[in-house]
Design a protein around this ligand. Structure first.
Ligand code: ZN
Length: 268
């Protein structure tokens, strides 16, 4: 589906079967799709409830995520000299409205701008990086800090990848919209209290630099995701720490894109 001014269009129907109804398939033909959508115009579309939407990128081949990427006061640790990158496994992805089971009492939240790759990127220069982006969406990079505490190497991949730990959506703001590349305001509101609030201008390594640095090591595929890091205000840094609890509702919002909502439940 493609959204236009709040209305949704079934792309498979509107294109007479030229494009698949599976959103993942669109990214392999992103430029062709984007040109088609501009040419035909998508009309007004019909409303769709956010809870009926799946993740806008359901099956990326790779999901990268940057740690320690904001200069905001209260951030954990000293600013890194190179991007600190880990993976979230794609099985953790869910749509914009989700119920998530808490595997421990130490699950933390991180609102993040999530970048969707739209053209393969291998060793791209920073100045060309945005040419490889389909768009941006809202994400939560949830993490079980109890599982991290049991790993002497402190790896983040499994603790960040329980079912539902990668909610994204509600849609992709395409990179040809000037707002997608500009300064965006992020906030996370936990059961009515605003816990995180900053703008993407506070990133240590901006999106273009992250893409250049990561693609210098791993070629990126169309339809891959990049979680670009979180500003301060996460649960572990609070006094006392504030982790997610049974019944909590977390709203993560990025100005110009939209918001996603998770409700948390104790135990798997
Ligand atoms: Zn994160």
């Amino acid at each position: 589906m493609a959204a236009r001014d709040g209305g949704f269009v079934d792309v498979a129907l509107a294109s007479d079967g030229r494009f698949d109804s599976d959103p993942q398939a669109i990214y392999d033909r992103w430029e062709e799709f984007r040109d088609w959508a501009h040419q035909v115009g998508l009309g007004d579309g019909a409303p769709v409830a956010p809870e009926d939407l799946g993740p806008p990128v359901p099956r990326p081949r790779q999901v990268f995520a940057a740690a320690l990427n904001y200069r905001s006061p209260g951030s954990v640790g000293a600013p890194p000299e190179v991007p600190v990158v880990f993976t979230k496994y794609p099985s953790c992805l869910v749509g914009p409205v989700a119920d998530v089971a808490l595997p421990s009492a130490l699950v933390d939240y991180e609102v993040e701008l999530v970048v969707v790759i739209g053209r393969p990127a291998a060793a791209v220069a920073e100045r060309e990086a945005w040419d490889h982006v389909a768009g941006v969406t809202v994400g939560q990079d949830l993490i079980d800090r109890e599982l991290v505490s049991h790993d002497p190497t402190g790896q983040l991949c499994l603790p960040k990848s329980f079912p539902g730990f990668g909610p994204t959506g509600p849609w992709v703001l395409t990179a040809d919209e000037p707002a997608a590349r500009g300064e965006l305001e992020l906030e996370a509101i936990l059961s009515g209290e605003r816990m995180q609030h900053d703008t993407t201008a506070a990133m240590i390594f901006p999106v273009a630099e992250l893409i250049a640095r990561i693609s210098a090591v791993c070629p990126l595929f169309a339809g891959d995701l990049l979680f670009s890091g979180t500003p301060s205000g996460i649960g572990i840094t609070r006094d006392p720490p504030r982790y997610l609890r049974d019944g909590d509702v977390l709203v993560s919002r990025i100005g110009g894109i939209g918001e996603i909502t998770q409700r948390f439940h104790a135990g798997p």
